[in-house]
Design a protein around this ligand. Structure first.
Ligand code: FEO
Length: 397
């Protein structure tokens, strides 16, 4: 049975949510599910904006059937060709043979790859600033390469001032009836985790899109995941500016440790306690083996100061810590002050190796103060930890 909601008189939500999925992109835990948004614009010509993931395809097709009420859609606008948004494209186009696909040239090439040349031949290719009149509504298209794939565009409804923003301004989490951000509490932590992990590598491209969007009068933002914003989205835009420019969101210390028998954890906890003693209140301490790296990548985008404490393992960095650091490097994190702490019972190596890896990341300031443990924290280590805490606390001022 159909399940739609009106956004405005002529525009409806036709997406849905998957609460069974454990790993988005087979990578990121989504304990609260995820929504795949799509939209229906009813005018003299009827446009459907994006399709959905295969998990909710049946719901999506029923929603379209209901809104069509016996009519035929004219256009399917493909803002993004990633399969979580285009899995229903082939079925939709087979069901409505006259349906024309509207997309960028790069999206048309991907349609050929994911589907076939016949489907790609049904594309009306649009370029930056092109418009499409549906009757009362005129849609304008703006390219948004690498937000988050190269073919991405966003669609702006010039009539109702609505930006269909593709992956931008998306978030993890299913939508349950309340499809508007103002109808439900918005979880910025999950929005940050979505941003940092999915789009975080492409900060300059996101900034370019924000610049384009700043030139448009926008009353409503309709992303492909998560709630629709019809008011008060300045806070979200401000956060996007920070995330995309790799500006720390908060003066805060993230301490991530990789510990095997507890010595490294002990040092990390002592550092946190000393920082708290020195008046630092914004502290986040995590065991890298007990939390998915996507949460730590997100925290690293939030915090200004990062401390990595790692055991030596196989003469290298403790595996889960190495995964985290490589992930941060892959996401191009920069503009952070970073410290390292190492442990090794017979040949401590992790500090040197972490510092080499961190030194290869542009825009990372490595503190000289380090802590080197042999199995457990000794009195000399307390002096090292205290010195590190003092430097961090002073730097946070
Ligand atoms: Fe939600 Fe980049 O796809």
């Amino acid at each position: 049975m159909y399940c739609t909601r009106k956004i405005t008189e002529n525009i409806s939500y036709i997406g849905g949510s998957d609460r069974r999925l454990s790993l988005f992109e087979n990578m990121y835990p989504v304990p609260n599910g995820v929504s795949y948004n799509a939209y229906f614009l009813d005018d003299e010509k009827i446009a459907v904006l994006d399709t959905v993931d295969k998990s909710i395809m049946e719901q999506y097709l029923e929603n379209i059937d209901f809104l069509l009420n016996g009519r035929t859609p004219d256009y399917i606008i493909v803002n993004h060709m990633e399969p979580d948004h285009c899995a229903a494209l082939g079925t939709l186009c087979a069901k409505y043979p006259s349906l024309q696909i509207v997309c960028t040239a790069k999206a048309a090439a991907l349609i050929g790859q994911f589907y076939n040349a016949e489907l790609a031949a049904r594309c009306l290719q649009v370029k930056e600033g092109d418009t499409l009149s549906l009757g009362r509504h005129t849609l304008a298209f703006y390219t948004a390469p690498m937000v988050h794939w190269p073919e991405v565009m966003v669609t702006y409804d010039q009539t109702e001032h609505i930006l269909f923003s593709a992956d931008a301004f998306g978030t993890f989490g299913a939508l349950g009836g309340s499809i508007f951000a103002d109808e439900t509490g918005f979880d910025f932590a999950e929005a940050r985790r979505y941003y940092a992990n999915i789009v975080g590598k492409y900060g300059p491209q996101v900034l370019a899109l924000l610049k384009k969007a700043a030139g448009l009068a926008i009353d409503c933002i309709c992303p492909l995941h998560g709630p629709i914003w019809r008011r008060d989205f300045d806070t979200f835009v401000e956060k996007y500016q920070k995330w995309a420019s790799y500006t720390p969101e908060e003066k805060a210390v993230l301490i991530a440790y990789g510990s095997i028998y507890g010595g490294t954890q002990n040092a990390a906890e002592i550092l946190a306690a000393k920082l708290a003693d020195k008046g630092v209140t914004n502290l986040a301490v995590y065991d890298v083996s007990c939390i998915h790296p996507s949460y730590l990548v997100s925290e690293a985008f939030r915090c200004s100061h990062l401390v990595f404490a790692s055991s030596t393992y196989n003469n290298g960095i403790f595996t889960n810590m190495e995964t985290l650091l490589l992930d941060l490097k892959a996401h191009a994190l920069k503009n952070r002050t970073v410290a390292t702490m190492e442990n090794g019972s017979w040949a401590p190596q992790s500090g040197k190796l972490m510092r080499e890896l961190l030194s290869s990341m542009p825009g990372i300031t490595l503190l000289e103060e380090t802590v080197s443990l042999r199995s457990t924290v000794k009195p000399d280590n307390l002096t090292e930890i205290d010195a590190l805490a003092s430097t961090l606390a002073a730097d946070l001022q």
